[in-house]
Design a protein around this ligand. Sequence first.
Ligand code: THU
Length: 130
Amino acid sequence: MSLLDAATAVRLNAYVPYSRFQVGAALRTASGTIHVGCNVENVAYPEGTCAEAGAIAAMVAAGETRIAEILVIADSPVPVSPCGGCRQKIAEFAAPEAKVILCNTDGARVETTVADLLPGVFAPTHMDRT
Ligand code: THU
C-alpha cells in the first residue's frame, strides 16, 4: 500500500467532534513497514493529539524508531502542514533529509524535508553540557 492510500484511509477514522478537521498520517520506517495515525480530539481541547503523533506512537509501540518518510493529508485549501510540536516529534525519529509529503484531498502535494520544516531544531547536542 502507498503512504497516500494509507493516510487517506486512516484519516476517515479521525475523532474530531470539535474541529471537524480530519487529518491522516502515514509513515514508512527504515524497515519498510507503514504505520498510520489520525487526530484524536478531546473535550479538554489541549488533550487532543495530532495524526502525526498517532503514527509515531504506533511506530514506537511496534518496536521501531526510524522514520524514512512521512505523509500527511487533510481537506485543506493547500496541502496541510504539520504543527510546530509535530515537527519536533518527527525530527526525533527522522534524519534531517527525510522526506515529508504534505497533501490535501484535492490531490495537491508538496514534498519537503524534516530540516526544511524545522530549521534550528532543538537537538540532543544542545544538552551536551549537562
Ligand atoms: N492536526 C493534525 O492532526 N495534524 C496537523 O498536521 C495539523 C493539525 C489536527 C489537530 C486538531 O485535531 C485539528 O487538526 C485542528 O487543529
